[in-house]
Write a protein of this length. Structure first.
Length: 344
């Protein structure tokens, strides 16, 4: 491993060089391209309780996870990305060409050395746990190297305004990143499009039974060592349920994805079940087929009406965590409830 002091000097030199580079010959976005600014003024935003400031639009951004990567790609920033890491599933077709332009600095979670080797001038992550000493480095360590860091607001509930929904926090991420990168118009359009998608899914709510008669749902995210992991109160699926007029059966568990027992799932007796398909991740119990087999093979769960009558919806598992793709899963949930007959 390189000496930290030498690493910091190398990074500082590289950042200075990156700041002076032009688009000629390196595939970077030019000033004439849509969504870029020739000379953006300094931008400052808050991110998880920290002030994040840049002197101009970043040119060597690194995304530490797939969520952040796809957000930057959706904003058209692939030519200003110096790296990506921690790919969990295949990149969807709509991002394929753009993703191919971005160097992969680590197939899994990036280390501090891998990050610094990419000489970033801005780092983005979907969760704070990627910024630790044994991973990419703390935000304080990166700040000392004059590398601004950004974390999705969804991962910092204590620092957000009271009452902001997870989707609104996602939209605020787009708008803040748009300000940092000088792509405000594209970010506003993305937020507006997704707000419209949320509103459309919300049309369900007035057309389903209310109060205690609301249909209940269990979200089965994964099965590990035979045990189910489901959506709890603090996960995005609870907000999805509220939007479409359903009730998360595990709303009383204040975790994102708690491990529970199959007997507890049976006790909740949901009206329908949403399976998160994580086939591409490739771990035992990840695929939708394996999850169905686990339920139909269980002596108690197999007797639930939702399982017997196949009141089961399948959505991409990665879309059940907050990301630029979550509105797609929300739309599938709204349509699925109609198909199952819960919407009048």
């Amino acid at each position: 491993m390189r000496h930290p002091a030498r690493l910091g000097i190398a990074l500082t030199i590289a950042l200075a060089t990156a700041g002076c580079s032009t688009a000629a010959g390196d595939g970077s976005r030019t000033d004439a391209e849509p969504g870029a600014r020739a000379s953006a003024p300094a931008a400052s935003v808050t991110s998880c309780g920290r002030q994040v400031s840049v002197a101009g639009p970043p040119k060597r951004a690194v995304a530490l996870d797939q969520t952040s990567t796809e957000t930057l790609l959706e904003l058209g920033l692939q030519d200003r990305m110096a790296g990506t890491a921690n790919l969990k599933t295949k990149i969807p077709p709509q991002y394929g060409a753009a993703y191919a332009k971005v160097p992969v600095i680590a197939p899994k979670i990036a280390t501090g050395e891998q990050l610094r080797a990419a000489t970033p001038d801005f780092v983005v992550a979907g969760s704070t746990d990627l910024y630790t000493k044994d991973r990419a480095g703390t935000r304080e360590e990166l700040a000392a190297l004059e590398v601004p860091t950004f974390v999705s607001a969804v991962d910092c509930p204590q620092q957000n305004p009271v009452g902001k929904t997870p989707f609104e926090l996602l939209f605020s991420d787009y708008e803040k990143l748009g300000k940092v990168f000088g792509t405000e118009e594209r970010a506003r359009e993305l937020a507006a499009d997704q707000r419209a998608a949320v509103a459309k899914a919300g049309e369900n709510a007035s057309k389903v039974p209310q109060g205690d008669d609301r249909p209940t749902v269990v979200y089965l995210y994964s099965v590990f060592n035979g045990m189910p992991y489901v959506a709890g109160k603090s996960g995005l699926p609870s907000e999805m349920s509220r939007i479409v007029g359903a009730k998360n059966a595990f709303d009383d568990v204040n975790e994102d994805w708690p491990e529970v027992s199959w007997e507890e799932v049976a006790k909740r007796d949901p009206d329908f079940i949403v399976i998160g398909d994580l086939s591409e991740r490739g771990r035992p119990g990840d695929s939708a087929a394996e999850k169905r087999a686990a339920m139909t093979g269980h002596p108690v769960v197999s007797k639930l009406a939702a399982v017997r009558d196949n009141k089961i919806l399948e959505v991409p598992g990665i879309e059940l965590d907050p990301s630029v793709r979550s509105v797609h899963a929300l739309g599938l949930l709204a349509k699925g409830m109609k198909d199952l007959g819960y919407v009048r």
